[in-house]
Every structure is written in structure tokens, then in C-alpha cells.
Design a protein around this ligand. Structure first.
Ligand code: NAD
Ligand code: DAU
Length: 337
């Protein structure tokens, strides 16, 4: 199989490429990546050159995309602007990459009848109420593949728009596409702008980690290795036109995640700063993963969040050269919002 992986030099994309190289010896991979601030050649270091090649370019470049899609059997589409905080400062690249880029790929897969998978987010569904002791409906609420799209941020709105394009291209043009909506990933190679790596690398550089608002917001964490295994399964065995929700039933408040990081890194429990909340900050995400489990037999392997977190902390400890150069600039940019 000739597989085109967009965004393959990013966090999830590079974990996906490594997974496929390990598990599917007959797959040739072309990575199309613009190498934005979030993409990094080093994420693909050490992979066999005869199996993986990197093309530096834009998913919204129609001529380039046409050429690469024509020479592929399948496309795993991960390229995106992925950070909510950035989308609140400058939404333009989110429109260009996430919406126009996806449209560009869809037109190419339509022309050449190439199998397509859209990697998306649970954030397209908006947010859920926080659980309380008294409100059973809040307790039971989770997103399902039938939940209504009601995104809150420019980032999630751009991903929702892209997903809807995919659904329409399946419906109107019969393209062979699937969509997955995954919850919050953590693990190696995640950019230090994101909550968990930011907190870890703040501590490693003598800064205090940062908690937004009251810290009661809940995210449903999944190890990136479990997400990429699901993506490979869906690409091979998923039913065209289906949406699969990818989550590992690991809801944690931000406050409790930060407490676990501080504990694991030997810092006092109160050694963090609180800043004003992210505008429009979604309260809670949680996913019903039953279609993926029932129909495709997927099961998360990294079920112990504390162990996964400890391994992630170790990874950032032992890979300082991977993140150190960009760290100060990320923190300086945060300082300006
Ligand atoms: P990331 O920001 O780490 O990586 C994105 C990659 O896309 C980078 O390598 C970047 O250079 C590349 N890219 C950006 N614009 C591009 C363009 N115009 N053309 C080509 N390449 C471009 O993001 P991530 O966290 O790895 O997320 C990957 C995908 O998974 C995204 O579609 C995101 O919406 C989705 N997702 C992420 C999470 C999560 O928790 N990180 C959860 C669910 C879904
Ligand atoms: O739910 C899936 C989404 O998860 C993906 O679609 C996005 O690409 C990915 O970035 C992530 O979005 P979040 O906005 O949830 O991730 P982030 O790491 O930015 O923040 C996680 C939570 O932590 C969120 O509630 C905001 C909070 N936060 C974040 C940072 C950076 C803090 O409290 N302090 C911080 O320093």
C-alpha cells in the first residue's frame, strides 16, 4: 500500500508513521507536512528512508496535493492547526489549513477514488456539563457519533467544518471516507504548548506550571499510542461513511492532572500559578467508544493514566534537546495573551 500521511511530522502524525512502519512492513509512506511551528523533521528521525519520505508542502496546495494523491492508495489526514489558544489569537491559518486544506484533499481523492480518513476531534461536539453528585443526567452524558455538532472555538469550528465537508463528499460524490473524533492525547512528541508537556517542561526549566480558571474542566485522556492503533484499524477495516469515536474512558479534571504531575516530579502540591480562564473554555469532554470496541475490536492498551504520565515525564526528561530550543518562545507567546 502507498499511504499518504498529512501532518506526519506533528505529534500524532509522527506516532502514527512509527506505528505503521513497525506493524505493516508492506506500506510505503509519504508524509506531506508544511513544517509549521508544530511540525518537526526530528519527529521522523531514525525511520527507514526506503519506507518513509517527507514532502514539505501545504495541504491547501492543489497541484501538489493532486500529484501526491494520484500516486497513493490511501490518505490519513492529520495535518491541521491544532491549538485552541492560538485559534483565539489568529483564526486565519485554521481556516486555511483545516477547512481549505481538507477541501483540497477531498477534491483530489474524489478525482482518483482514493480511500481517505479524516482525523478529527471530540471538540466538534461542544462541551458537556460537569458531573455533580446530584444531577444524574450530567453524570451519564457523553458524546456519541449522533451528537449534534456545536463547536465552541475557532479551532473546533474549523475541524467541524472539515468533518462536514467529508460527510458531504461521501454523501454526494461517494468518496470512500471515514472520520474519527478523538479525545485529548498525551505521550511523546507532543508540542510544549499543550497542557501536559507544558506543565512538565515548565517544571523542568524552573517555571511554575499554569492552570486556567478554576481548573475544574475535565478532559478525557488517551495515550497517543492507543489513538494511532485505532487510526490504523479504521483505515483498514472501518466502514466507509462511518464516524468512530476514539476515547479511553479516562476523564480527569485539569486540577487533578496537574496534581499528578507535581506529585510525580516531586514538587509541592501548590507549586503552580492560576491564570484567567481561556475564553469560551469547554467544561467537559467524554466519549462513547462502543462502535470502535464492538465493531473493530479496538481496546486501549495504556489504561493506567499515572503510569502513562510517568513515562511521558521521563520522555521529556530524557529528550530535552527535542523541546528546549523552542520552549522560551512558547512561554513568551503565552505571556502576551
Ligand atoms: P500538531 O499540531 O502536533 O501537528 C500538526 C502537523 O500538521 C504539524 O506537523 C504541522 O506542520 C502540520 N501542518 C499544519 N498545517 C499544515 C498545512 N497547511 N499543510 C501541511 N501540513 C500542515 O497536531 P496533533 O496534535 O498531532 O494533531 C493531529 C491531528 O489530530 C489534527 O487534525 C487534530 O485536529 C487531531 N486531533 C488531535 C488531538 C490531540 O489531543 N492532540 C485529539 C483529537 C484530534
Ligand atoms: O479534545 C481534543 C483536543 O485536545 C484536540 O482536538 C486539540 O488539538 C488538542 O490541543 C486538545 O485541546 P485542549 O484545548 O483540550 O488541549 P490543551 O492541551 O490546550 O488544554 C488541555 C486543558 O488544559 C484545557 O482545559 C486547557 C487547560 N490548560 C491548558 C494549558 C496549555 C491549562 O489549564 N493550562 C495550560 O497551560
Amino acid at each position: 500500500m502507498r499511504l499518504l500521511v498529512t501532518g506526519g511530522a506533528g505529534f500524532i502524525g509522527s506516532n502514527f508513521v512509527r506505528y505503521v512502519v513497525q506493524h505493516a512492513p508492506d506500506v510505503q509512506i509519504t508524509v506531506l507536512d508544511k513544517l509549521t511551528y508544530a511540525g518537526n523533521r526530528a519527529n521522523l528521525a531514525g525511520l527507514p528512508a526506503d519506507r518513509v519520505r517527507l514532502v514539505v508542502g501545504d495541504v491547501a496546495d492543489a497541484a501538489l496535493v493532486d500529484r501526491l494523491v494520484r500516486a497513493s492508495d490511501a490518505v490519513m489526514h492529520l495535518a491541521a492547526e491544532s491549538h485552541n489558544d492560538r485559534s483565539l489569537v489568529d483564526p486565519q491559518p485554521f481556516i486555511d489549513t483545516n477547512i481549505v486544506g481538507t477541501y483540497t484533499l477531498l477534491e483530489a481523492v474524489r478525482r482518483y477514488d482514493v480511500r481517505f480518513h479524516q482525523v478529527s476531534t471530540d471538540e466538534v461536539y461542544g462541551d458537556l456539563p460537569l458531573r455533580t453528585d446530584t444531577d444524574q443526567s450530567a453524570h451519564d452524558a457523553v458524546f456519541t457519533a449522533q451528537s449534534r455538532y456545536q463547536p465552541s472555538s475557532p479551532y473546533s469550528a474549523s475541524k467541524a467544518a472539515a468533518d462536514l465537508l467529508v460527510r458531504a463528499w461521501v454523501h454526494s460524490f461517494g468518496i470512500r471516507a471515514t472520520i474519527s473524533n478523538c479525545s485529548n492525547n498525551y505521550g511523546p512528541y507532543q508540542h510544549v504548548e499543550k497542557f501536559i508537556p507544558r506543565a512538565i517542561t515548565n517544571i523542568l526549566t524552573g517555571r511554575r506550571p499554569v492552570l486556567y480558571g478554576d481548573g475544574r474542566n475535565v478532559r478525557d485522556w488517551i495515550h497517543v499510542a492507543d489513538h494511532v492503533a485505532a487510526l490504523w484499524l479504521i483505515l483498514q477495516r472501518g466502514e466507509v461513511g462511518q464516524t468512530y469515536l476514539v476515547g479511553a474512558h479516562c476523564e480527569r479534571s485539569n486540577r487533578s492532572v496537574l496534581a499528578a504531575i507535581l506529585r510525580a516530579m516531586g514538587r509541592p502540591a501548590d507549586d503552580f500559578v492560576t491564570v484567567k480562564d481561556r475564553p469560551g473554555h469547554d467544561r467537559r469532554y467524554a466519549l462513547d467508544n462502543s462502535a470502535l470496541v464492538r465493531d473493530l475490536g479496538w481496546q486501549p492498551q495504556h489504561r493506567n493514566f499515572d503510569q502513562g504520565l510517568a513515562a511521558t515525564i521521563d520522555w521529556y526528561r530524557t529528550h530535552t534537546s527535542w523541546w528546549q530550543a523552542g520552549k522560551a518562545a512558547v512561554e513568551a507567546a503565552y505571556g502576551q495573551h
